[in-house]
Design a protein around this ligand. Structure first.
Ligand code: PHE
Length: 456
């Protein structure tokens, strides 16, 4: 393949900035605002957060660079990119399975992601109706439990969210999303800062900070290390081809290293801010940090109910959360859409409709696991927890491991150096991270959990 024909048939970002915004849009989502606080709560706070931050720095950023690099070099859906690059580097064609692993992971994640995004969507209307004004923690809690015990209303919101996602995907990344993220991501950030000020006014801000940052490693189990690592992949959208496919629309002259660092920093800041908002509210109201997936829906409305202009701020907050989820969900399904268009000659519209319908159907399983199927378990977890565990903690790190191995060991250093185009020191540091640090870290965490080796 010559350099000239290497532009993606799906189009290209109009600039480096739009790539950064789109990739940040993919990274910043429910993972930061909904998931990070609740898994931090479930895993005891500080020590968990430190492991998560280490994973972002030592595993996440180098693998993000690798993914963007592979995508930009291959210029196709992850499945075809991996096949093309494997051929180019004289490696087995089976490397395209890495693309498949990602497509399946993206599909499974989106199926439950859309259910939770549907919660956020329904909370836009609850907040706007003034339902939370002056509500107590108990009141807010019962609104939430009533909501999730009703499959019908959850189904409606899940359906609306899924349709919204597929409309943007069908229009193409450039015409669909590029425009929206430019305004939405900065607004979300500003609103989070406003909420941090509210959290400061609760009188429990320091307690919240202590929970987030006070490090007591005795609380850390191999299982929570796995979850912290899995979350680093999840929150940066790594290991399943989302960032790879976005990289395939990236113009040639962009610095991959700088872009990756900016994306990771923005993503991490949003998560930490969300934690600084949630935990003071949790402690001020005597709530349980380990409340699970309902945490933000049980805490934030209390704040909105108490503060000046809470109806407005609450509504805006959930609107922005829905947008953050939206810009992530698009990237979850883009690898599959791109592949269907490339290999089966489908239009983007048909590909989106087919995949959207399948994902929607799969989502029903997660939806029901909050109510009528709550006692049905797989490996001791309900369906939603099982899918979340399988994807975030197994499939994404596994995908990331193989991405690191491919970029570090399978590709000629000539190819990767040329593609990354950074100074020598930076390149060597990256190479050491993807060759050794990231793969070893992922394997140690995996093996430690399965009990093959034991570091305790
Ligand atoms: N990063 C997104 C979030 O934090 C979720 C996601 C995972 C998106 C994997 C794309 C790929 O919400």
């Amino acid at each position: 393949m010559s350099e000239e024909i290497r532009t993606s048939i799906h189009g290209q970002w109009s600039s480096r900035m739009t790539f950064i915004l789109a990739a940040t849009g993919s990274a910043v989502g429910l993972g930061n605002i909904w998931k990070f606080p609740y898994i931090t709560g479930e895993n005891g706070g500080g020590a968990f957060v430190i492991v998560y931050l280490l994973c972002i720095a030592a595993i996440g950023i180098p693998i993000m660079m690798a993914e963007v690099m592979l995508g930009r070099r291959g210029r196709q859906s992850p499945i075809n990119t991996m096949a093309a690059l494997a051929a180019e580097e004289g490696r087995p064609a089976a490397w395209s399975l890495l693309g498949w692993l990602g497509v399946v992971a993206g599909f499974l994640i989106l199926s439950y992601y859309s259910v939770i995004a549907g919660w956020a969507l329904s909370y836009v209307f609850r907040a706007a109706s003034g339902m939370f004004e002056g509500a107590t923690a108990d009141g807010v809690n019962s609104i939430f439990s009533e909501f999730i015990s009703s499959p019908e209303s959850m189904l409606a919101w899940h359906t609306i969210f899924m349709v919204g996602t597929m409309i943007v995907v069908a229009r193409g990344v450039k015409n669909g999303l590029e425009r929206a993220v430019v305004y939405l991501m900065p607004s979300l950030f500003i609103l989070l800062i406003v909420l941090v000020f509210y959290a400061m006014s609760t009188g429990y801000f320091l307690e919240g900070l202590r929970f987030l940052f006070y490090t007591d490693f005795s609380k850390l189990t191999p299982h929570s290390v796995l979850i912290a690592m899995g979350h680093a992949f999840f929150t940066l959208s790594l290991g399943m081809g989302a960032i790879m496919v976005y990289g395939s629309y990236l113009p040639k002259d962009t610095s991959i290293a700088k872009a990756s660092i900016m994306i990771a920093v923005a993503d991490t800041l949003v998560a930490l801010l969300a934690g600084m908002v949630i935990f003071p509210i949790v402690f001020a109201n005597n709530l349980e940090p380990a409340a699970g997936p309902g945490l933000i829906f049980q805490t934030l409305p209390i704040a909105f109910g108490q503060m000046e202009a809470g109806v407005l701020i609450g509504t805006l907050f959930f609107v922005l959360l829905v947008f953050a989820a939206w810009s992530s969900s698009i990237s979850l399904i883009e690898p599959a859409v791109a592949w269907l268009v490339e290999n089966h000659g489908l239009s983007r519209v048909s590909a989106s409709v087919i995949l959207g319908a399948l994902t929607w159907f799969m989502g029903i399983g997660s939806m029901l696991s909050f109510n009528i199927w709550s006692d049905k378990t797989l490996f001791g977890m309900n369906f939603f927890n099982f899918l979340d565990f399988l994807t975030a903690n197994i499939m994404l790190p596994l995908g990331g491991l193989f991405i690191a191995i491919f970029a570090g060991w399978m590709m000629k250093t000539d190819s990767s150096r040329k593609e990354l185009n950074t100074h020598k020191k930076g390149y060597n540091f990256w190479l050491m991270l993807v060759r050794i640090v990231a793969p070893v870290a992922v394997m140690v965490v995996f093996l430690n959990v399965t009990g093959v080796i034991n570091l305790d």
